[in-house]
Design a protein around this ligand. Structure first.
Ligand code: PY5
Length: 306
C-alpha cells in the first residue's frame, strides 16, 4: 500500500513541504539503525479528529531515545504540540502518525554520542494495517523460525529502527509461506509478540497476554485492551505462553496501533475459528473508544481542534 502524500511534515521544529522533508545518504541512522520511532493514530470523532493516547506514545518515544542514549532536542509536551499542529495543518480527519528521531549527517562510526539528533513527524491517511477483511474475519498466523531479539542483545523496550530487521525477517517468512502475519518466540521458546503487534489469547474465559519480560513491546493498544477488558468484567492475566497454548486457544487476537485489533483464525494451521464473542466485544468497545463514543475513555483522546 503506497504512502499517501499530505502537504506538510514537521521537521526539527518547522513544518516543511512533504517533498522537502529529506535527509543525506550519510545519515548515521540509515547506516546503523540508530533511530527510534512511534506509530500513532488519529480518528474522526463528533468534535473533529482526535489523537489516541498521544502523550503516552510520546513518552514511549522519549524512553526509547533514553535507552539508546539519544538526547531528544524536544520535550514530550513539545512533541505533543507538534503532532497536533501537523495533523491540523494537513487537514486530515483520520491518519497514521509517524514520529521518528534519528542521528543525522555529520559523524560516521559506531559511537553515536557526537551525532546530532533530528526529529520528524509525518502524518498520512492509512487504512487498517492488515486490511478490513482481517479485522472482520481474522488472520492466519505462523510461528516464525526467527526468535524475538533477546533483551541482552538489544533493549527490546525501545522502539528502535534497527530492531525491526528482526520483525521484517519474520514478516517476509510468514508472507512467503502463505500466512498473513508471524508470531515470534523468545530465546526460551515462550511467546513474545507478533512482528508489529502484541498478542492475546482467551483461556477459560480470561484474557492472557505474555508479560513484558517475554520481550514483548509495552504496547499502548495492549494496555488499552487490558483496561477495556477489565472494565467489561473479563479477568486479565500476564502469563507466559508456549506455542501449544496458541494452538488450543478459545480465541486469540493481536493488538497494535497500525493493525488495531485483529482476530486470529489459525496458528500454524491449527484452526481457532471464527472471531469469538470476547474478541468481538473488545474490538467493538475499542473502536467506540477511539472514535470518542464512550465517556469512560475520553481521557485517551487529544482533540486537534480546541
Ligand atoms: N510490538 C511491536 C514489535 C510493535 O512494533 C508494535 C507497534 C506493537 C507491539 C504494538 O504497540 P502499540 O499498541 O503501542 O502500537 N507497531 C507499530 C504500529 O504503529 C508499527 C507497525 C507497522 O502499530
Amino acid at each position: 500500500m503506497p504512502i499517501e502524500k499530505t502537504a506538510k511534515i514537521w521537521m526539527d521544529g518547522e513544518l516543511v513541504d512533504w517533498d522537502e522533508a529529506q535527509i543525506h545518504v550519510l545519515t548515521h541512522t540509515l547506516h546503523y539503525g540508530t533511530g527510534v520511532f512511534e506509530g500513532i493514530r488519529a480518528y474522526p470523532t463528533a468534535s473533529g479528529p482526535a489523537v489516541f493516547r498521544l502523550t503516552e506514545h510520546m513518552r514511549r518515544l522519549d524512553i526509547s531515545a533514553r535507552l539508546l542514549m539519544m538526547d531528544l532536542p524536544f520535550s514530550v509536551e513539545e512533541l505533543v504540540d507538534a503532532t497536533i499542529d501537523t495533523v491540523a495543518v494537513n487537514g486530515v480527519e483520520s491518519c497514521y502518525i509517524r514520529p521518528i528521531a534519528f542521528l543525522g549527517y555529520g559523524e560516521m562510526g559506531l559511537n553515536p554520542l557526537p551525532c546530532n539528533v533530528q526529529v520528524a513527524i509525518a502524518v498520512w491517511p492509512w487504512g487498517t494495517y492488515l486490511g478490513d477483511e482481517a479485522l472482520r474475519t481474522g488472520v492466519r498466523m505462523k510461528v516464525s523460525s526467527w526468535r524475538r531479539m533477546d533483551p541482552n542483545v538489544n533493549p527490546v523496550a525501545a522502539k528502535g529502527t534497527g530492531i525491526y530487521v528482526n520483525s521484517s525477517l519474520a514478516k517476509v517468512e510468514a508472507l512467503k509461506a502463505g500466512y498473513d502475519e508471524a508470531i515470534l518466540l523468545n530465546s526460551q521458546g515462550q511467546v513474545a509478540e507478533c512482528t508489529g503487534e502484541n498478542i492475546f489469547v482467551v483461556k477459560e474465559g480470561a484474557l492472557v497476554t505474555p508479560p513484558l519480560s517475554s520481550g514483548a513491546l509495552e504496547g499502548i493498544t495492549r494496555d488499552s485492551v487490558m483496561t477495556i477488558a477489565s472494565d467489561l468484567g473479563y479477568p486479565v492475566r500476564e502469563e507466559n505462553l508456549l506455542r501449544h497454548d496458541l494452538y488450543v486457544a478459545e480465541e486469540a487476537f493481536l493488538t497494535g496501533t497500525a493493525a488495531e485489533i485483529v482476530p486470529m483464525r489459525s496458528v500454524d494451521d491449527r484452526e481457532i475459528g471464527e472471531p469469538g464473542q470476547i474478541t468481538r466485544k473488545i474490538q467493538e468497545t475499542y473502536f467506540a473508544a477511539v472514535h470518542g463514543e464512550l465517556d469512560a475513555y475520553q481521557r485517551w483522546l487529544t482533540h486537534v481542534r480546541a
